[in-house]
Write a protein of this length. Sequence first.
Length: 332
Amino acid sequence: MAAYAALLAGATAASFDVTLTRPTAGLCAAPAGGSAPCAVGKSGAGELLRLLRTEAGVAGAPEVAVARSYDGHDWEGLFPDPLALACSADACVFTWDSAAYSYTLWRADVTQPAGTRHATAKLLAQGTFGATTADLDAFPAGGGGDRTAAGAWFDAQETREPVLLRAYVRARTNPRYGPGMAGDAYEPCDVGSRWHEFAFTGAEIGASLAVTADGAYYVLAVGGTVLTEVEATAFGTGPGTYEVCDVDERTGGTLRIAAAGGGCAGGSTFDEANPAVAFRDVAGSGLPLLAPGAGQASLEALAGTRDGKGEVRILTALDGGVACPASSGAAF
């Protein structure tokens, strides 16, 4: 309720337009060939004055705000390089060295505009992460400056389905569970578990890869587990034992390997395409596998993936009494 009251209090406060004029009159003429005192008048009500300084004789030198006066107050220096001024009742004086600097005076006039859209924009800026033109158009009649309209908008926000940060992030990331992490990892059968179509993930980096020939196919295995089978023509490096150096987690992404003798650090590396999970005998693979579109499971594509192919999916339901092995490393 405190937040509600504060929001309504802001809704009934005045909103403003700002008109910036640069440069403006009110600054003394630059001294001729030396230093001299320069008097500058104070700001008026609803007015902001800023004094900007530029290094003389330096091409492209930036203008730096060094002092300000607002709403009738005395001039004051601004960090990081505040200008020293001595103020009296009507004006303030600083020393102007024209050989070193030039000065300009900026003025900003603050006025209260007519209409309701400014007040609505102010309310939405305070109560949301930002407003669009559509938000302004959809606001209740009366605008953000009217307590009844603002209250109706606030009540409508409370009835909406919340957008939860955790749910948003979980739908767009693929975290790895490891030692020292709190909580439990999903098993493949659990709703919310992640399934991937590409054979190699970052978990295989540094592992030993065995490539063996089987007829017209190569069998790719890590740690004794067969990850996929590919046609021999699609894997140019050939049979052997390799170290996995780097993995781009997408089908067709770079799979960098090195001969086991030299390793990734000292040996020659070879780039292959990260293959998709594929088996001539799916049932005999020994891996937890699901085939999308085969009536086995409902899998929802991970939101925000770079290629939109849905190569990482979230299990939402098992269909038709499918037996899903309770082990890690699931793929589809």
